[in-house]
Design a protein around this ligand. Structure first.
Ligand code: HEM
Length: 490
């Protein structure tokens, strides 16, 4: 017994009630990295009422998600998140067990498989093409032929709209004329955003409840009531998407390009008790919350890095010009051939893994990590950000050098921007295909510059769940002369 006590992970001095909550400076991955320097690759924290273990080395992370993968496959139940996740029924939030296994199987086999992603590509290309068209038009209308573009907003809108299309096929119910509005969001995407915009900021406040239950009992600011109102709006919206798709299917509109909701409704026909409307809503909600902000944020970091490294942008563009040419727009089929573009994506996700400490896991039994005893019911945080910048593994870890991935140069080095093990991101293939298309198109069609000719883009990191930039990226966008013919025709 005594021996086991000695092998508990080291832990900084705690204070009453808060435990170590006060040590979680922002951004949290940076605070955790500082603690790891002092306490090592496995240390433990008490966050209010919760016990947590923080893992900051590749070896220990691997151990967690191979040997102890089943043990750590559970998720902590956060009361604040239960409010927005159908009582913890979404794929990212639900506990490990038969319910999760079924949802996960549907997601990987039916919704996000390589085959399904291939079927989605024309839809995604369509959204990306529409983005290029709008950027071209605003550049033509701007003084000097270069438009000031809020890339952050555009990238979010294009990833949300692409997702909206693959989930619900809303375009089929929409007139083309609306395409002229200066937004990349469909009316449906805008409606969803309205609900999300209300509860996402409230959630980070409500998150303190999860550690300090006393706040929840007090509900001092009526946060709960406001969140519930926004959740009701979101749910009504999701229900309308489902009803619309059900009507289309009932009308006998069988399409090869079935939306995710269409796929789920077919499953509902054969197993109505498993695929209830609520389960379908929870799965759609999982896709929106897992896919839109992450993809947009990764694209935003990639463009920021390219603005600061024009030589990499030039190299990527030469590759595109050689492989695609300038007489047509790059398409989904071209992306797999663009090796350097893929290196840029890898290097971006290494430096800015957009889910920097993964989604918290929780152990269901006692186990040992890095030789330390971790009791069952402990929350696990993996500092992916720190692992990706480990100077022991990566030469010059803070430098943006896509070349390190060329010719298998980084083979054997360990990255996990999408996590690892059975809880790994099921959307990786979709995310990488979307990112390749979006970045490839932006590089092929436009010359990019900083706003006001300011030297460098500021790379400061902000605070949020998906490693946001401190300042949303804006840039000057000028159509490439040799692409004007193509852009004009879009
Ligand atoms: C660059 C884009 C993306 C990144 C970096 C990313 C990263 C991650 C990470 C790190 C996790 C947590 C893994 C863990 O807990 O160990 C995760 C989970 C998840 N992601 Fe992604 N993701 C991205 C895009 C997407 C997309 C496009 C979708 C779907 C449309 C998606 C759906 C999900 C879902 C449903 C989960 C929960 C899986 C589970 O708990 O079983 N993600 N993602």
């Amino acid at each position: 017994e005594n021996k086991r006590m000695q092998r508990l992970p080291p832990s900084p001095p705690a204070i009453p009630v808060l435990g170590h909550l006060h040590l979680l400076g922002k951004p949290i991955h940076a605070a955790l990295a500082r603690l790891a320097e002092r306490y090592g690759p496995v240390f433990s924290l008490r966050l209010g009422s919760r016990e947590a273990v923080v893992v900051s080395s590749a070896a220990c992370a691997r151990e967690c998600f191979t040997e102890h993968d089943v043990c750590f496959a559970n998720r902590p139940r956060f009361p604040s998140l239960l409010l927005v996740s159908f009582g913890g029924a979404t794929l990212p939030m639900c506990g490990y067990g038969p319910y999760w296994r079924n949802l996960r199987r549907v997601a990987t086999v039916q919704l996000l498989s390589a085959h399904r992603v291939n079927c989605m590509l024309p839809t995604i290309s369509g959204e990306v093409r529409a983005m290029a068209r709008r950027m071209y038009r605003s550049a033509v209308a701007a003084p000097g032929g270069a438009a000031r573009v809020e890339l952050k907003r555009r990238l979010f809108e294009v990833s949300l709209s692409a997702l909206m299309e693959t989930i619900a096929r809303t375009k089929t119910s929409r007139a083309e004329g609306e395409a002229d509005a200066d937004t990349d969001m469909s009316p449906e995407a805008q409606e969803l955003m309205k609900a999300l915009d209300v509860f996402i900021p409230l959630l980070s406040a409500a998150n303190m409840w999860d550690y300090l239950p006393v706040l929840r009992w007090l509900d001092v600011f009526g946060v709960r009531r406001k969140i519930l109102a926004a959740v009701r709006a979101r749910d009504a919206f999701l229900r309308r998407l489902i009803d619309a798709e059900r009507r289309r299917l009932d009308d006998g509109e069988e399409s090869e390009k079935k939306s995710m909701i269409g796929v789920l409704l077919s499953l509902q026909k054969s197993e109505p008790e498993v695929y209830t409307d609520t389960t379908i809503m929870a799965l759609c909600s999982s896709m929106f919350s897992g896919g839109a902000e992450t993809t947009a944020t990764a694209a935003e970091w990639a463009m920021s890095l390219l603005l600061n490294h024009p030589e990499a942008l030039t190299k990527a563009r030469s590759e595109i010009d050689a492989s695609v040419g300038t007489s047509r727009l790059l398409g989904a089929d071209d992306v797999p051939r663009l090796g350097y573009l893929r290196c840029i994506l890898s290097e971006t996700l290494r430096l800015y893994p957009v889910v920097p400490t993964l989604i918290p896991h929780e152990s269901t039994a006692d186990c040992a990590v890095g030789g330390c005893h971790v009791p069952g019911g402990t929350m696990l945080l993996v500092n992916v950000y720190a692992i990706h910048r480990d100077p022991e593994a990566w030469a010059d870890p803070a430098a943006f050098r896509p070349e390190r991935f060329e010719g298998g140069g980084a083979d054997g080095l360990f990255m996990m921007p999408f996590g690892m093990g059975r809880r790994k991101c099921p959307g990786e293939a979709l995310a990488l295909r979307t990112l390749g298309l979006v970045l490839g198109t932006l590089i092929q069609c436009f010359d990019w510059g900083t706003v006001g000719g300011a030297g460098e883009v500021d790379m400061a990191e902000g605070v949020g769940i998906t490693l946001p930039r401190a300042v949303p990226l804006e840039a000057m966008c000028r159509p490439r002369q040799c692409m004007v013919g193509v852009l004009r025709e879009l």
